[in-house]
Design a protein around this ligand. Structure first.
Ligand code: NAP
Ligand code: ZN
Ligand code: ZN
Length: 347
């Protein structure tokens, strides 16, 4: 039998979020019921609530950076027990049999993974995210949060953390590699921390000098303002890897010019509008332009264990549920240090 729980939802595109109730399914054979303690606010929540990517489903309960405690398990559950500290990220199901699912890259499921919210589950029911008191998820898509990481600072790792960890690992960020992180918001600040912990030489490229001291504290070696034209001349041909976390369109040619021969610019920021570039920016240095989306379940667990080992939590501003709409406006104006996290007890 489904239960009714409290949540914050957007009733329609661009409408403010408001308190409401939603159904949660009964715990099935392989499900766990999670008492949500904290939910991070990702810029993707805002893109989707405002229907900037198209195809949004309403009412929408956003939230794919979920941390909480298991309070019930189905009879077939083997990974978790009542009382375990767990997290849920951006997807809650996938086909589990395609090439990508079998390789542990469920985020690239060929039949389409099921988003934690703004999606329709394989049972035909809409999925609702973490701005809520409880969620029911198949154990395969639930992560263990190691002791030593607070649930509040761990929540943002479920999206922001893995979205940076995965490309940094894939493109071998480590000792001897010059890595730039463009945009130091929720994703970017975790990118700085993780790239530094991996041993790379880390540079932040931010719009202004406002966050310079914080960047150094997170482990950055260098920091430049992109509003200063001289930055682009000074750093031409410099980086092995640039990870762009910016939620708006950038002049890609300028950023590609900062790559060494064989360097890669990876886009994880997901702006509303298509981008364009001059192909000479690529062929003039055998450069690559790439994209990357979150990470698979196995890699997300690896990331959580890595962050616990290196004591890398997110820098958060804890808010109550009635501050969500104000927080959205602050994220859009880059006024977040560095992730808003909702205390779900206030929902
Ligand atoms: P965020 O907290 O808003 O951070 C984005 C940062 O980009 C800002 O803090 C700002 O940093 C910079 N920025 C914003 N507007 C800019 C502009 N007009 N020009 C230049 N720089 C600008 O957002 P987030 O939660 O980190 O998410 C970033 C993007 O990644 C969003 O588009 C989101 O949807 C996407 N995303 C993608 C994935 C994936 O799997 N690929 C996963 C999660 C999120 P500075 O002030 O330092 O310049
Ligand atoms: Zn996200
Ligand atoms: Zn699949």
């Amino acid at each position: 039998m489904t239960t009714t729980v409290t949540a914050y939802a957007a009733p329609s595109a661009k409408a403010p979020l408001e308190r409401t109730t939603i159904p949660r399914r009964a715990v099935r054979e392989h499900d766990v019921l999670i008492d949500i303690k904290f939910a991070g606010i990702c810029h993707s929540d805002i893109h989707q609530v405002r229907d900037e990517w198209g195809g949004a489903q309403f009412p929408m309960v956003p939230g794919h950076e979920i941390a909480g405690i298991v309070t019930e398990v189905g009879p077939g559950v083997t990974k978790y027990a009542v009382g375990d500290r767990v997290g849920v990220g951006c997807f809650v199901d996938s086909c589990r049999e395609c090439e990508n699912c079998l390789a542990g890259d469920e985020q690239y499921c060929l039949k389409g993974g099921t988003g934690t919210y703004n999606a329709t589950g394989r049972d035909g029911e809409p999925t609702y995210g973490g701005y809520s008191t409880h969620v029911v998820v198949d154990e395969h898509f639930v992560l263990g949060i190691p002791e030593g990481l607070g649930l509040d600072v761990a929540a943002p790792l479920l999206c922001a953390g893995i979205t940076l960890y995965s490309p940094l690992k894939h493109w071998n960020a480590g000792p001897g590699k010059k890595v730039a992180i463009v945009g130091m918001g929720g994703l970017g600040h975790m990118g700085v921390k993780i790239a530094a912990a991996l041993g790379a030489e880390v540079t932040v490229l931010s719009q202004s000098l406002r966050k310079q001291d914080d960047a150094k504290r997170f482990g950055a070696d260098h920091y430049y303002a992109t509003s200063d034209e001289a930055t682009f001349q000074q750093l031409a041909g410099h980086f092995d890897l640039i990870v762009n976390t910016v939620s708006a369109n950038l002049d890609l040619d300028s950023y590609l010019s900062l790559l060494r021969v064989d360097g890669t610019l990876v886009n994880v920021g997901a702006p509303e509008h298509p981008v364009s570039l001059n192909v000479f920016s690529l062929i003039g240095g055998r450069r690559s332009l790439a994209g990357s989306m979150i990470g698979g379940i196995r890699e997300t667990q690896e990331m959580l264990d890595f962050c616990a080992e290196h004591n890398l939590g997110a820098e958060i501003e804890l808010i109550s549920a009635d501050q969500i709409n104000e927080a959205y406006d602050r994220v859009v104006t880059s006024d977040v240090r560095y992730r808003f996290v909702i205390d779900t007890a206030t929902i």
